[in-house]
Ligand binder design. Structure first.
Ligand code: AMP
Length: 451
């Protein structure tokens, strides 16, 4: 078995891996570390939770330890960009633990906290700066930081950065970072735009892949309950009651939906909290800490707020609402089964979401086993338009998930190809309606969360 000692890291950095409690390198670390040490660019395709941070962090630290002198005021030596504040904080935390016994200084800039403090800190010079793109550009405009001193650029969760509308910011930043430089791009999925991005930003990159794109972490057990929107809350409570001691992350489509669901769960006696774009940075940090420590057992979250958060003990991920974009499903379920642990991903699928489930299954190249329920083709065809008049709001639908006869057609529908068509054929466009809504949501997410 490959050991950290086999990868070419210096004794100081090996000590950092050991003090972090890492016994042996994960597959992405085995592949990426020697390539980074060699000085090559990387196009890395790796799931969240695969140990990516150390895969780029340890060799960059190794190289920076060999650079003479300290960075001058406003200078940085390596820049790591990530899509959300939470992810930036998490990467910075990990890096700080790796450099504990060295002179290297890790900095962090994200929106939602004082820009003046960040400006002051940058004035002292930074070895590795971890940043969200929006706030970084604000600081560049203030001339608080010189990016041309950076010789390493890491784009982490690049697909999510594009999803959140950061493409223009990334282009600007990439031009400001020094050359020659080493660029490492990591993404959990490989949409076309990422390929284009990698062609324009990377120099003869080595492609590093640890699991096929779009595949869920193997250790996640997945299942789906076919359940009407109005019956989802009861279903969730049933599931939670069976597993009171577990740590459950529940994904909701909207900020308001997340808040409403969390309040309801609390009223019912559950220890729950929430994170979404309407919460302040302090509230979010508190919620994540309470969840991490097990003080609360349920965290209700929206995609953007939960992106990349690393809470090793998460045992269950509930897709209370299926995501509009299939790739988000892979990110969500990657929140469990972290670093070798086991985890369960439970999806709730309403008739109007059957086509979304189909997209998820197509992306992952597998069908998700049914845990309960099912819909007739008629129910799927009659489902309300996506994003409009969702059953959760109208509140007048009955709970039909166990209706007899539904079972026979449910798998066909659940496999989505038929379901997606049925919805479309019945005059339920999922393109003209879905797309503008989606991009609006993303734009809001990008400005509200990451800047
Ligand atoms: P990441 O994908 O970087 O977010 O890492 C996910 C989790 O795995 C974090 O809690 C890391 O501390 C942990 N981790 C990273 N590398 C290793 C390793 N080689 N052995 C055990 N845990 C690790």
């Amino acid at each position: 078995m490959t050991q950290f000692q086999d990868l070419g890291l210096s004794p100081t950095v090996l000590k950092a891996a050991t003090s972090a409690g890492y016994e042996s390198p994960t597959p992405i670390q085995q592949k990426a570390i020697p390539i980074v040490l060699e000085g090559r660019d990387i196009m890395g395709l790796a799931q969240t939770g695969s140990g990516k941070t150390a895969a780029f962090g340890l060799p960059i630290i190794d190289k920076l330890l060999n650079v003479d002198g300290r960075p001058r005021s406003k200078e940085i030596r390596a820049l790591i960009l990530a899509p959300t504040r939470e992810l930036v904080a998490q990467i910075a935390d990990n890096l700080r633990s790796y450099v504990r016994h060295t002179h290297l200084r890790i900095g962090m800039v994200v929106g939602g906290t004082s820009i003046n403090v960040q400006q002051k800190n940058l004035g002292r010079g930074t070895d590795i700066l971890v940043a969200t793109p929006g706030r970084l550009l604000d600081l560049v405009e203030r001339r608080a930081v010189h990016l041309n001193s950076a010789k390493f650029l890491v784009l982490d969760e690049a697909d999510q950065m594009l999803d959140l509308g950061f493409i223009h910011d990334l282009r600007k930043i990439s031009k400001l970072v020094g050359t020659p430089r080493q660029t490492l791009l990591f993404s959990a999925t490989m949409p076309k735009l990422i390929e284009e991005l990698s062609r324009s930003y990377l120099n003869d990159p080595v492609r590093v892949e640890t699991s096929p794109p779009g595949r869920a972490v193997d250790k996640v057990t997945q299942s789906v309950h076919f359940v009407h929107q109005t019956a989802k809350t009861e279903k969730l409570k049933e599931c939670l009651a069976e597993r009171e001691d577990d740590l459950s992350l529940v994904f909701s489509r909207t900020k308001h939906g997340a808040e409403r669901l969390m309040k309801h769960l609390v009223q019912c006696g559950h220890k729950a909290t929430s994170i979404h774009g309407n919460k302040s940075q302090g509230q979010r940090t508190r919620a994540i800490n309470e969840f991490r420590s097990g003080q609360v057992r349920i965290l209700v979250a929206t995609d953007v707020a939960a992106r990349g958060i690393d809470i090793p003990g998460v045992t269950h991920v509930y897709n209370f609402d299926l995501p509009d974009v299939a790739e988000a499903y892979v990110h969500r379920i990657g929140r469990t089964a972290r670093a070798g642990a086991k985890g369960e991903a439970v999806a709730f699928c309403a008739p109007e979401e059957v086509h979304l489930l189909g997209e998820v299954e197509r992306l992952m190249g597998m069908s998700i086993p049914t845990a309960s329920g099912g819909f007739t083709d008629q129910e799927i065809a009659n489902a309300p338009k996506k994003g409009k008049g969702r059953a959760g709001r109208s509140g007048n639908r009955s709970n039909n998930r166990s209706r007899p006869g539904a079972k026979s057609s449910k798998r066909g529908s659940a496999h989505g190809r038929g379901g997606a068509q049925s919805a479309g054929e019945a005059g339920k466009p999922n393109t003209s309606h879905g797309k503008p809504r989606r991009s609006n949501r993303k734009r809001q997410g990008a400005s509200a969360v990451a800047r």
